[in-house]
Design a protein around this ligand. Structure first.
Ligand SMILES: Nc1nc2c(c(=O)[nH]1)N[C@H]1C(S)=C(S)[C@@H](COP(=O)(O)O)O[C@H]1N2
Ligand SMILES: [Mo]
Length: 252
């Protein structure tokens, strides 16, 4: 069911800003050790996609995935989809739970990951645009000729994957991949492209654009941060392309 229906039935008041979720599982990784918890902005909590779930594909929700009841917050990082839900609190401020207040923050590059949380730390919520190449595998040997490249992309929050570019010359030129199937909100978007490969080493690079015309950052150096969050830089694979297109095809 929708979390929004529960909140409206309970009579969510003006002035509330956040909805906090409490769970029973205690983590020794937290400082101090404490039960898991998180919160989301009330605006998101009232959105129709945010669910309280007790089933998955028509089957009872497995305990490992949060039975008897969990939150599902599509488009946001998994950490906010609290499992084994015990309590929902509508409140002014974000949850003070360690997993909300301290963990899951993107720090400036020069910050100490074990020190006091700097003011410039960003609390992770919406997922950033990302993509990856699924096939061929990185390091594969493929025969020269037309070669299918497949992958997926994900645009966080309520954005959509709008375009995928593929380069086989290190970003000097790009062709557009086909987006496969119908778009489905909150889901991965699969894509495919056929590129003509000639013998030799080839690097295949992909990059995704979203419906706000935002592009993935090019290099991991551009997004480096001490906790290693949100590395959504362009994926690439190195291929060894063998023979010419008329030669017998070696097994893949
Ligand atoms: N109670 C509780 N909920 C939790 C967690 C947890 O440790 N305890 N981990 C969170 C994180 S970080 C993720 S990525 C997702 C994973 O959900 P899944 O196990 O269904 O894939 O659950 C979230 N909800
Ligand atoms: Mo996670």
């Amino acid at each position: 069911m929708r979390l929004a229906d529960v909140l409206r039935t309970a009579g969510v008041g003006e002035g509330a800003g956040h909805v906090a979720f409490a769970a029973p599982d205690v983590s020794e990784l937290a400082d101090p050790a404490q039960a898991y918890g998180a919160s989301i902005a009330l605006r998101k909590a009232l959105a129709p996609e945010v669910l309280l779930a007790w089933a998955l594909n028509g089957e009872p929700l497995p305990v490992a995935h949060g039975a008897p009841l969990r939150v599902v917050v599509p488009g946001w990082i998994g950490a906010r989809s609290v499992k084994w839900l015990q309590r929902i609190t509508v409140q002014q401020a974000p949850s003070a739970n360690w997993f909300q207040a301290t963990a899951y923050h993107l720090l400036p590059a020069d910050a100490d990951p074990d020190g006091e949380l700097p003011a410039a730390a960003l609390s992770l919520s919406s997922v950033a645009l990302n993509s990856d190449i699924l096939r061929p595998a990185d390091g594969a040997m493929v025969p020269a000729g037309p070669t299918e490249i497949t992958g997926y992309a994900f645009a966080g929050d309520d954005r959509e994957v709008a375009r995928i570019d593929i380069s086989i010359d290190g970003g000097g030129s790009w062709v557009q991949a086909d987006l496969v199937g119908a778009p489905s909100r909150w889901a991965w978007r699969h894509w495919r492209a056929v590129v003509e490969l000639v013998a030799g080493p080839v690097t295949v690079t992909a990059r995704a654009w979203d419906s706000a015309a935002a592009l993935q950052p090019e290099l991991p150096e551009h997004v480096w941060n001490p906790k290693g969050y949100v590395n959504n830089s362009w994926p690439s694979i190195a291929l060894t392309v063998t023979g010419d297109g008329n030669a017998p095809t070696p097994p893949r």
